[in-house]
Write a protein that binds this ligand. Structure first.
Ligand code: AMP
Length: 259
């Protein structure tokens, strides 16, 4: 669904209409996705969204979409949020929760949802819990994509991005044909500043401080499903589905068909 639906109500706010209104489903899927930078959570969100038909609701995407709003038309809170984002810092809980609160219609949507990048702190998780309770909505599960720190650092520090067309390569797992040159447009391949090993360690420390405690929070609620994020995106997706089906006591086919 996400490859067709423009998610206008999520990205632009409740005044905007989505291009596709999902019909009622037998069983809308409602998940939260957790994972450190570099585990491939965004790719899994896209696969789950396309195949299980629930919208990928990423708070980072709202901020990226808001960058195109003229500075003079942005609220002071939005300007502060975009400044924080530029520095790699978390946006304040208050601003994030106001934004999600305005979009509660997306949580109610009969197509279901995959929350990606929200909640990111325990305070946000508690606020989400209250919001869902008020709407009488329950989460199916919280998927936590996990990899050893060394693997994450190797993944991120081997990543190279084309300065011109933004295509992504990897020194070991997806090298370009000519070293340092993009296969598609011949642009120069560069390493993003925040993919350098020193920066990756800082990002991981920020994740460990504010977001990792969420796994304990959801474990206590019996919602946490840990998934090893090793292998190809397809293998990780299959592992996710098998784990969810086993948890629901269903066969893989029955789980896929139960939407
Ligand atoms: P993402 O695409 O999820 O990595 O988000 C990009 C940036 O947006 C983050 O580095 C934060 O600055 C900001 N952001 C997105 N979601 C949140 C959130 N739930 N809480 C705080 N900041 C967020």
């Amino acid at each position: 669904m996400s490859d067709q639906n423009d998610r206008a109500a999520w990205l632009k706010g409740p005044g905007a209409e989505c291009s596709i209104k999902p019909g009622p489903r037998r069983r809308p899927r409602r998940f939260v996705l957790l994972g450190a930078p570099g585990v491939g959570k965004g790719t899994q969100a896209e696969l789950l969204s396309a195949r299980l038909g629930a919208c990928q609701l990423s708070t980072g995407d709202i901020f990226r979409a808001a960058k195109s709003i003229q500075v003079c038309e942005r609220s002071p809170a939005l300007n502060t949020a975009l400044d924080a984002m530029k520095k790699g810092e978390l946006v304040t809980d208050g601003t994030v929760l106001d934004m999600v609160g305005e979009r509660v219609g997306c949580l109610r949507c009969c197509g279901g949802f995959l929350l990606d990048g929200f909640p990111r702190t325990v305070a946000q998780a508690e606020a989400l819990h209250a919001l869902l309770k008020q709407e009488q909505i329950t989460l199916d599960a919280v998927l936590s994509y996990e990899l050893p720190l060394d693997t994450i650092i190797a993944r991120l520090s081997g990543r190279r991005t084309c300065a011109t067309c933004k295509a992504v390569y990897h020194l070991q797992s997806k090298p370009s044909k000519v070293e340092g040159t993009c296969d598609a447009c011949k642009g120069a391949l560069i390493q993003r500043e925040d993919d350098r090993p020193e920066s990756v360690k800082v990002r991981m420390a920020a994740y460990a401080d504010s977001t990792a405690p969420l796994t304990d929070y959801y474990e206590r609620q019996g919602l946490l499903v840990r998934i090893a994020a090793e292998g190809t995106p397809e293998a990780i997706y299959q592992r996710s589905l098998e784990t969810l089906a086993a948890r629901a006591g269903l066969s893989l086919d029955a789980y896929r068909g139960a939407t």
